[in-house]
Design a protein around this ligand. Structure first.
Ligand code: NDP
Length: 487
């Protein structure tokens, strides 16, 4: 779609066909940078979920069930190549649907979508299951597909997070039903087109669009769905787990975060400022791994605050489709209202807004967009609500600490445990602090550096299970041990 003014109507993708929803009802999809209506999205319900599950079940017992690992890996490579070939088309769709800059969509979302398919093509080719020999017997473990799996994803990194689940699920021979956020359905729709073009068998790749409490809930409850891989908010994750429990589905939950960025006075200052700005404001602060809670050694706090304020003010905010823009719109006007609510709360709780804290003044049509300035707040207690609840926007609160032990205590005093970054030139301190943090990922002197083989996931209210490399391949398969007596 290149015409800025065309309203695109998208359909569900079920059994290899694009089909309208049973309800024949549609939801409007808007460009959050302008408020413009850009697409109509199916408002599907349990009938569409039933159709998709039936199509996926038929696919599992059809020829797809006999595909070899090599054939499935080649298929993923073909998807990666096709996504790469349509990359600029997908970059534009993602930027318009989410309000993120073209620059981010190109460098992060679509580049990583290609990388996910390529990576899991390689990972499954090299995957081997275990064998355990014991006196008098040999055990070996077979891995087989689960069958029909549902992949429920949020709006912040639509193609990237969907591909992070689709690729390992297909690699292990499952049939998938994707439920993207209805706010950002366009690139998952494009992935369905691509899957069709490159020869994914009918029914192996399905997309059912719609609302979470309708389509998502129906997927979680359906007895034909064997696993739910969910990325989204913590409150929704609890609903997903509860809905999936009666049918004993496997569940993977990648949930929210309130990630600490811990800066020691001995850090490489310039590199740290750049790293903290990225960790704070990438994707307009809408990455589950963003560091909303900045803990800084007291002696460095004034200098760091000043440098970050300067950096935040220099971020070029505006039209996401301008190649020079580095900071776009929030995903929706509702989401911006939530962010504004948290900044108002921070003020009530005694915080001082060092920069941002308001909407930027932009010209038409972006004066109608859901823009919000990158915001830094000091002076809040580290236990204040604005400093401990996930905002999921470009708002960072700064809290000074005096000792390593205090930094660790403050980092761990939130309910979340997704990730942290530690900035120091003292390697021993880095190891010591990393070991004590209750999070699934610790970055030292970097942020968002991702090796796709490593375990990714959260502790505490940030989730359940791990994704990445063999962790994903294991989630999307059932282990069966065979024990053979040797005597
Ligand atoms: P939500 O939890 O609101 O939604 C996530 C997905 O779940 C959407 O597709 C949504 O549909 C669907 N959903 C909503 N209700 C239900 C339900 N009852 N049953 C099944 N599915 C449902 O999250 P957001 O889209 O607002 O995304 C932001 C959140 O995602 C943040 O908390 C962020 O931290 C988290 N996140 C976590 C990541 C991680 O790896 N840990 C990565 C990225 C984001 P609908 O859109 O229609 O409501």
């Amino acid at each position: 779609m290149t015409n800025r003014h065309a309203v695109q109507r998208i359909d569900n993708f079920v059994g290899g066909q694009f089909v309208p929803p049973a309800s024949t009802a549609w939801l409007p999809d808007t460009d959050p940078a302008t408020g413009e209506h850009i697409a109509d999205v199916p408002r599907s319900d349990a009938r569409d979920v039933n159709d998709a599950v039936s199509a996926a079940q038929r696919a599992c017992v059809g020829p797809w069930g006999g595909w070899t690992v090599a054939e499935r890996a080649d298929l993923l490579d073909r998807i990666a190549t096709a996504v790469q070939a349509r990359a600029e088309d997908l970059v534009l769709l993602e930027a318009r649907d989410t309000g993120k800059p073209l620059h981010t969509a190109r460098a992060v979302d679509i580049a990583r979508t290609v990388a996910n398919f390529r990576f899991f093509a390689g990972a499954v080719r090299h995957y081997s299951s275990d064998a355990h020999s014991m006196p008098g017997a040999l055990n070996y473990t077979l891995r087989r597909p689960l069958g029909v799996v549902a992949l429920i994803t949020p709006w912040n990194l639509p193609a990237y997070l969907a591909s992070w689940k689709i690729a390992p699920a297909l690699a292990m021979g499952n049939a998938v039903i994707c439920k993207p956020s209805e706010l950002t359905p366009l690139t998952v729709n494009a992935l369905a087109e691509i899957a069709h073009e490159v020869g994914v068998p009918d029914g192996v790749f399905n997309v059912v669009h719609g609302l979470g409490h309708e389509v998502g809930q129906a997927l979680c409850e359906h007895p034909g769905v064997k696993a739910i891989s969910f990325t989204g908010g913590t409150a929704t994750g609890a609903l997903v787990a509860a809905a999936a429990a009666p049918t004993f589905k496997k569940v993977s939950l990648e949930l929210g975060g309130k990630n600490p960025t811990i800066v020691f006075a001995d850090c490489d200052f310039d590199a740290t400022v750049q790293g903290v700005l990225r960790a704070s404001f990438s994707n307009q602060g809408q990455v589950c791994l963003c560091g909303e809670r900045l803990l800084v050694e007291r002696s460095l706090a004034p200098r760091l605050t000043e440098a970050l304020v300067r950096g935040a003010r220099a971020l070029r905010i505006g039209d996401p489709l301008d190649p020079d823009t580095r900071f776009g719109a929030q995903v929706s006007h509702d989401h911006r209202a939530k962010i504004e609510g948290y900044v108002a709360l921070a003020r009530q709780e005694g915080g001082t807004v060092e920069c941002g804290g308001k909407r930027p003044i932009l010209v038409a049509p972006h004066d109608q967009g859901a823009f919000y300035e990158p915001t830094i707040i000091s002076g809040l207690a580290s236990t204040a609500r604005a400093a401990t609840e996930e905002i999921f926007g470009p708002v960072v609160t700064i809290h000074p600490f005096d000792t390593d032990a205090q930094a660790v205590t403050m980092a761990n005093e939130v309910e979340y445990g997704l990730s942290a970054s530690v900035w120091t030139s003292n390697l021993l301190r880095a190891h010591r602090v990393a070991e004590q943090l209750d999070v699934g990922t610790v970055w030292v002197n970097t942020w968002l550096t991702r090796d796709l083989r490593v375990p990714f996931g959260g502790m505490k209210r940030s989730g359940l299970g791990r994704e990445g490399g063999r962790y994903s391949l294991e989630f999307f398969s059932e282990a069966k041990n065979v024990c053979i007596a040797l005597a």
